[in-house]
Design a protein around this ligand. Structure first.
Ligand code: OSB
Ligand code: MG
Length: 370
């Protein structure tokens, strides 16, 4: 594929309801999109970074730098053989995986157009639909949280995940169990705790959580192994799994019993698939995580989650209207009456077309490289 031009576009899409995590409160999805022009085709990619480095070390500013100064000058007016070849040729750039994944996303879209095959087919996906769960932010008022849980249970969401942080954890879990009985429930700490809190996690064992997501720091793979030995509830790693090697370390050390794969956090779906295959080989259950994506990234997650290992656990890939009134694909990604999302493929003809009018409406910056 010859790369003829690349645009970086910053968009802002307000959340219907602010999303509070242990690291920040999100009012808008502030995202960078990349638009790659290649031999008469246009491939879009979405960068999953946020406006600040709260979830992982990258943010929109660092991504912009890496794209503008490190990646775009090297691929503009050049041939790129495939998304995999792109990733391999940029392995000399350390980290910066969200930045690389944004370009990779657009290259896969170009591959879809060039081959006439779906991303599901190109990746080797096997599932027709994926099961979705909901991830709810921290709420000051427990009644607001209860109302939300009722609302999503009514829509059939297959699992409820709540964000926790010190001071808003065990009591909230206890209250939810009392109100909702034995619903499939998980918690996500976004690395807000340390091993000093081990008693708290032991106490959580009585609440039958499906898993506890990323209780300790991103780099605490060893500490997670210590914690997992002490508790029954499966630890699920998110932030710590930045690469195939990190996943391998976590599996070898028994740092977790479940892994949340966010392909972008690992540099794209090519690396994500390698981690998926590794987990399947070791019998580690996996599910597809989310980053409150806009439609381009959300649609890519839907295709990624069709890989054969993503079976039992529900994904953080909800309907777009759970977050936003409007989105940048037509149609917006939506759920079925079984609370699943249909995976686009050649047979069902479903496509989430990029809606450029919506992108224009949300545009907050535009840079052209040609
Ligand atoms: O840790 O899984 C996470 C959102 C932003 C950053 C990190 C995380 C999340 C979520 C929401 O939990 C996932 C989603 O609904 O897209
Ligand atoms: Mg998480």
């Amino acid at each position: 594929m010859r790369i003829d031009r690349i645009d970086i576009i910053r968009v802002l899409n307000p959340f219907k309801h602010p999303f509070q995590t242990s690291f920040t409160k999100f009012e808008n999805r502030d995202a960078l999109l990349v638009k790659i022009y290649s031999e008469g085709l246009v491939g879009w990619g979405e960068c999953k970074a946020f406006y600040g480095p709260f979830y992982n070390p990258e943010d929109n500013g660092t991504v912009f730098h890496i794209l503008k100064n490190m990646i775009i000058p090297k691929i503009l007016h050049q041939e790129v053989e495939s998304p995999e070849a792109f990733m391999e040729s940029f392995s000399y750039i350390k980290g910066n995986r969200l930045a690389k994944a944004a370009i990779e996303n657009a290259l896969w879209e170009l591959m879809v157009q060039r081959t006439g095959k779906s991303l599901k087919t190109l990746l080797g996906g096997t599932q027709k639909e994926i099961k979705v769960g909901v991830s709810l932010g921290i709420e000051k008022d427990i009644n607001v949280l209860f109302k939300e849980i009722y609302q999503y249970l009514e829509q059939g969401y297959h699992r409820t995940k709540i964000k926790i942080h010190p001071g808003k954890d065990i009591e909230v879990i206890k209250a939810i169990r009392k109100e909702f009985g034995d619903i499939p429930l998980t918690v996500d700490a976004n690395s807000a705790y340390t091993l000093k809190d081990i008693d708290l996690f032991k106490e959580m064992d009585q609440y039958q959580l499906q898993y506890i997501e990323q209780p300790l720091g991103e780099e605490d793979i060893v500490d997670h192994a210590v914690l997992q030995k002490e508790i029954e509830t499966p630890v699920c790693l998110d932030e710590s799994v930045v690469s195939y090697e990190a996943a391998e370390a976590a599996i070898r050390l028994d740092s977790c019993k479940v892994i949340n794969i966010k392909s972008s956090r690992c540099g794209g779906v090519y690396e994500g698939k390698r981690i998926h295959d590794l987990c399947v080989a070791h019998g580690i259950p996996v599910w597809c995580g989310g980053m409150t994506e806009l439609g381009i990234g959300r649609a890519q997650n839907v295709s990624f989650a069709s890989l054969p290992g993503f079976t039992e656990l529900a994904h953080d890939v909800a309907a777009a209207n759970r977050y936003f009134d409007e989105d940048i694909t037509s149609p917006m990604v939506d759920i079925t009456d079984r609370c699943t999302i249909i995976v686009p493929d050649e047979d069902n003809g479903i496509r989430y077309e990029v809606d450029e009018k919506q992108i224009d409406k949300m545009e907050a910056g535009h840079w052209i490289f040609k």
